[in-house]
Design a protein around this ligand. Sequence first.
Ligand code: ADP
Length: 349
Amino acid sequence: MTGIRFDSVSVAYHGNTVLDSLDLTVEPGEVMALLGPSGSGKTTALRAVAGFVRPVAGRVLIGGRDVTDLPPHRRGIGMVVQQYALFPHLKVAENVAFGLRAQKAPKAGIPARVAEVLELTGMAAYAGRYPRELSGGQQQRVAIARALAIRPGVLLLDEPLSALDATLRSGMLAELARLHRELPEVSILYVTHDQVEALTLADRIAVMDRARLQDCGTPQDLYRRPSTEFTASFVGQANLLPVSVAEDGVRFAGRELVLDTGRAAPGAGATLCVRPHVLGLGEGPNALRGKITEVQWRGSTHRLYVDVDGHRVTAELPELRETPALGDEVTLHFAPQDAVLLAAGAGDG
Ligand code: ADP
């Protein structure tokens, strides 16, 4: 079984640090998503594992072995990028066989292995076609088959679904989850800026921003207990409300709140993270009163935007019988265990 370890890995281009001392371990068989906005260093981290960029500091380990100085083809990895990158002049089967030939795998075993991975990715019927005769989704399946052909311990996926349209993307997402169930020993590092992909596929998510790892945890942990404002707003939607913390409690807009959390020191300013869907309409603990500034009907839910003391609060409510009107006064509330207090300054580094 093969895991990946980043040991204080830094990468710089022309003296500009784009990956700053990354420490991260992907356990054998784990799916780790690298999630973050464009330019945060995700692809660079992946390329450091693949061997396409050389860290200026730190080490990359695959299966416990330091591979920092190994060329890409000797690292035992499979890689799939956004733009399929199939060879246009080779048929599907030849594309898939390419890595095996490059590795000088015994010739006699190649056709069987090619058939096996094409079967695995649902492309067995297309072995004799050229890439141009396939849809985008099919081409991406071939790219995945090609990456898996060499039986890599590590699979690197760089935005593999972003060139596909929305319907295909959700189908491929389910397909990738199935593939991982069938190949539980393969560790997957999955670069994406799409939180739905990360939440759906990953065992853990590493949140990146501005060349640094900001947070790492299971999707549930990051969603329910984010440790920074950046994570709170990047993983799911969040109302981030400035609160003041004193010995006797937490206040927002001059009102006392009842919370379960105790991360911030008394006296400090802090931010309260309340997810839109935990808000209820009507009186309750932790009441937030304000005027409705926008109403969106979204089929199964109503989304209300409410101005509470100058702060915009978003509430996602199960579909209401009567659509509230703009300008209506409403009260929202949330349970003490449904909010997280983030210490001031968290996420600013
Ligand atoms: P992400 O994958 O999160 O979008 P990248 O790792 O691709 O981010 O890029 C991180 C930063 O490094 C960006 O500012 C990008 O412009 C820069 N960068 C990436 N590749 C190169 C390169 N080959 N030469 C110079 N700068 C690069």
